[in-house]
Design a binder for this molecule. Structure first.
Ligand code: 3PG
Length: 409
């Protein structure tokens, strides 16, 4: 069993106490109705929430990023929690009087869900724990609690007020999900095996290109197979398609130079689509890259699917994060599903991470064939670079302080 250098729920006496829990309930939404299409991250929070069913719990979480189409309130998430049997109520406040009153009125077994924490601008600042602990969010709330529990594995690579700030002022522990993810990923990656394949798609390109760079520097990756907007970025960077295709990529200007550098440095490792699927007359049309005629890259084409599947079949380790195309749109989930099928059939260690890819894996019934479906996308790629996750570092510091305090008393 992996030794954990931070406290878990086994180490704190939470019964009857006031506990602030940071979870990651960032869900995939239907782009038109904004309804939750995949609640697996809410379900993944249940073990911790059920275990604390005799405590007074305030729940803090984010959904989307300001300015993005999935940036919505946590009211719907609370309804889902109620359907799952939790005694949860929503308060449309984060650390104002309404929130404080709701927290003070909590009875054992009750959960108050605070509003999307990213609606507070101060939460967007990324800085070391002691710095983010100075924000109003932490300063206004921490004295209302006995413990802080971080179970937001999906956001474990984020050093923000809600993820690490409270660890400096409250006795803090990891929730069951963070504990489980760290144990499984540590075990799965203890022995270095090859070929080691990264399948990287989806959006959040600016973040992902930086993490890809760090992961390639480790020398661990034999092939990086790109899809989604990541593929679009690298196809532009390699002059395979013109720059006009960059419109849907947020942060393109900041990402393209690093993409060019990586292509020069790792030409044998980075694999790009050789064909595409685009939308024409409302349907899927597969074509060569030169025949896209200005239509956005919506999926990898059949030739690319074949090429990627051949490599995945022989892999010793596959880690996949981010869909291969615009999988929410009818007809454009083919690449993602075929690649997931190939990963499920691979005999090596197979880890699928992130809300979207994990959801497709569950919906297509691949769950039991994969070594692990991680709730973290960015968090898990960062873990694989060997860099300690920000939340883990903060929980380790908190554990040392808690031990020192115990030794003094
Ligand atoms: C995720 O979906 O990867 C996590 O919820 C973190 O979200 P973020 O990348 O917006 O910080």
């Amino acid at each position: 069993m992996v030794e954990l250098p931070f406290k878990t729920l086994d180490d704190i006496d939470y019964e009857g106490k006031r506990v602030l829990i940071r979870v990651d309930m960032n869900c995939s939404l239907d782009p038109d109705t904004k309804r939750i299409t995949d609640d697996s991250r809410i379900i993944a929070s249940l073990p911790t929430l059920k275990e604390l069913s005799k405590s007074k719990v305030a729940l803090m979480a984010h959904q989307g990023r300001p300015g993005s189409s999935d940036f919505i309130s946590l009211k719907q998430h609370t309804e889902r929690m109620k359907e799952l049997g939790l005694k949860a109520t929503f308060v449309d406040d984060i650390f104002g009087e309404k929130a404080k009153t709701a927290i003070k009125n909590l009875k054992d077994g009750e959960i108050v869900v605070l509003e999307n924490v990213r609606m507070f601008e101060g939460e967007l600042k990324k800085a070391p724990p002691h710095e983010v602990a100075e924000t109003a969010l932490v300063q206004e709330l921490y004295h209302l609690f006995d413990f802080f529990v971080n179970d937001a594995y999906g956001a474990a690579h984020r050093s923000q007020a809600s993820t690490v700030g409270f660890t400096t002022v409250l006795p803090s522990a990891a929730g069951r999900l963070v504990e489980k993810e760290i144990r499984i990923l540590t075990e799965a990656t203890a022995e270095e095996k090859h070929p080691w394949i990264l399948v990287l798609g989806g959006a959040k390109v600016e973040d992902k290109v930086k993490t890809l760079s760090r992961l390639l520097e480790t020398g661990r990756v034999d092939y990086a197979l790109l899809g989604g907007l990541m593929a679009t970025l690298f196809l532009i960077a390699s002059d395979s398609i013109p720059e006009e295709y960059s419109k849907p990529i947020k942060g393109f200007e900041n990402a393209v130079d690093l993409a060019k550098t990586l292509l020069n440095k790792y030409p044998e490792i980075i694999r790009l689509p050789s064909d595409a699927a685009i939308e024409r007359d409302g349907g899927r049309v597969e074509c060569a890259l030169s025949e896209m005629n200005g239509n956005p890259f919506f999926d990898i084409g059949p030739e690319t699917i074949e090429m990627y599947m051949d490599l995945i079949e022989k892999a010793a380790v596959v880690f996949a994060n981010g869909p291969m195309g615009f999988f929410e749109r009818k007809g454009f989930d083919i690449g993602t599903i075929k690649i997931l099928n190939a990963i499920a059939e691979c005999k090596g260690t197979t880890i699928v991470g992130g809300g979207h890819m994990g959801a497709v894996a569950i919906q297509t019934g691949q769950e039991d064939k994969l070594s692990h479906i991680s709730t973290g996308g960015g968090a898990t790629i960062n873990f694989l670079t060997g860099k300690k996750l920000e939340v883990i570092r903060a929980l380790e510091e908190a554990a040392k302080r808690m031990d020192d305090l115990d030794a003094d008393t």
